[in-house]
Design a protein around this ligand. Structure first.
Ligand SMILES: C[S@@+](CC[C@H](N)C(=O)[O-])C[C@H]1O[C@@H](n2cnc3c(N)ncnc32)[C@H](O)[C@@H]1O
Length: 140
């Protein structure tokens, strides 16, 4: 419990602030300062991905955690097309599944080179105990 801030938040609606691993990194002293210093790099775009991605190019990294799970198959396919279209060369993609791990379309999986070691490392960091699969890799 002391090293699982997700669990303490889930059970007690609170992080454990006096433990080294008791909060997400962005809330510990060092992480909070680093986050504040870099805030100017953050841009919040209040749009669905279907609207944002077509007008965007050269994205280096995508973090799609528990996003594909909720999409219909046609929208999942469309999202993969849009991700490929907006990705920069060698873009890194993380996608994480909680409820389901539906297959992604072939045109996408043929270009997505999953890094099994890195995916396993990231899965080891997962503390919510709710995610069944995390894939990290690069787009060829
Ligand atoms: C179940 S939540 C997951 C939240 C968080 N990423 C996580 O892993 O805990 C799914 C998220 O995907 C976003 N999402 C789903 N479809 C989307 C779409 N078409 N465009 C933009 N965001 C979408 C939802 O707004 C929501 O924030």
């Amino acid at each position: 419990m002391q090293s699982n801030y997700f669990l303490s938040q889930l059970l007690f609606a609170s992080y454990i602030y006096d433990q080294p691993e008791g909060t997400p990194h962005y809330l510990d002293r060092e992480g909070y300062e680093a986050t504040r210093r870099r805030l100017d790099k953050l841009v919040v775009v209040p749009k669905p991905l279907e609207d944002f991605l077509p007008e965007t190019k050269g994205i280096d990294a995508f973090f799609l955690s528990n996003v594909f799970d909720w999409m219909s198959p046609p929208l999942r396919t469309r999202m993969c097309e849009l991700v490929v279209g907006a990705a920069g060369k060698g873009a890194r993609i993380l996608h994480r599944n909680m409820l389901s791990a539906n297959a992604l379309p072939r045109f996408f999986t043929e270009r997505f080179v999953r890094n099994d070691d890195l995916s396993a490392d990231v899965m080891d960091l997962e503390r919510s105990m709710m995610y069944r699969r995390i894939s990290v890799g690069d787009l060829s």
